[in-house]
Design a protein around this ligand. Structure first.
Ligand SMILES: C[S@@+](CC[C@H](N)C(=O)[O-])C[C@H]1O[C@@H](n2cnc3c(N)ncnc32)[C@H](O)[C@@H]1O
Length: 234
């Protein structure tokens, strides 16, 4: 699997001397800088960093990320995942199609007091998610093997996330039965999010959901991520 960040070609720094253009280092960590990342993640920085380093070390060999992703791991994957955190209402978080742990393990690292359930159908990705959560020391993670549309007996979400898993109309169909009363979805989407909302208008209406298109900034100089929040019709 080579997950694509749902953000298109990513930020294009106009300045060739920008640290974001640096190709030195194994990932873009050095280019982005310890200080801004530390400021962004606060007390949870070390934990997020342990996960990012584990993913950088193991991800390609285990078929979780493509080789080209290593150079932009923080910018395109870790920060892109972290951008959804301000949109997570209280209660149990369920991340559908977690794959490499994006955004699920990043959320769990940032919000250690919240229960985070990861739903993933593929056995070897489930094994990775369990191992990674244990190695990073995330006691708040539960991994469920299965497809979103098949786990409604076992999983209830107060807020449901997904990144690079399926189109909006499919996610609505698969994930609506997982939502608790009053539950919401916060979906990481790419630049075509508005078109996806338009294409999903019948599914939204049928599910009595309202879509809110949100811009989710991370570090200065990086293009904000797009989050589609789905709430119940009043
Ligand atoms: C392209 S990967 C993205 C993984 C991760 N969310 C990311 O952003 O890197 C899509 C993931 O969704 C999972 N998936 C596919 N269909 C699914 C379904 N019906 N329910 C839950 N997960 C599914 C796949 O096994 C895979 O791990």
């Amino acid at each position: 699997m080579t997950p694509q960040a749902p953000q298109g070609p990513g930020p294009q720094p106009a300045d060739a001397s920008s640290p974001l253009n640096s190709q030195a280092g194994h990932t873009d960590f050095d280019a982005l800088g310890d200080a801004p990342l530390g400021q962004f993640f606060g007390k949870r920085f070390e934990t997020v960093r342990v996960f990012a380093e584990l993913l950088a070390a193991e991800g390609e060999r285990r078929g979780l990320i493509g080789p080209r992703e290593l150079d932009r791991l923080w910018e395109r994957h870790i920060l892109n995942s972290a951008a959804v955190v301000p949109f997570l209402r209280e209660g149990r978080i369920v991340d559908v199609g977690s794959g490499a742990g994006l955004p699920g393990l990043v959320i769990a690292a940032m919000l250690p007091e919240r229960e985070v359930v990861l739903v993933e159908p593929m056995e070897r990705r489930v094994a990775w998610l369990e191992e990674a959560a244990a190695t990073v020391g995330l006691a708040n993670v539960v991994v469920i093997r299965g497809r979103a549309e098949e786990v409604s007996d076992a999983v209830t979400a107060d807020v449901l996330t997904a990144r690079a898993v399926a189109s909006l109309d499919k996610l609505i169909k698969w994930c609506l039965p997982l939502l608790a009363p009053g539950g919401q979805m916060a979906l990481l989407k790419g630049r075509s999010a508005a078109d996806e909302i338009d294409r999903a208008k019948y599914a939204l209406r049928k599910a009595r959901l309202v879509a809110h298109l949100e811009s989710a900034p991370t570090l200065p100089g990086l293009e904000p991520t797009t989050v589609v929040r789905l709430t119940r019709e009043p």
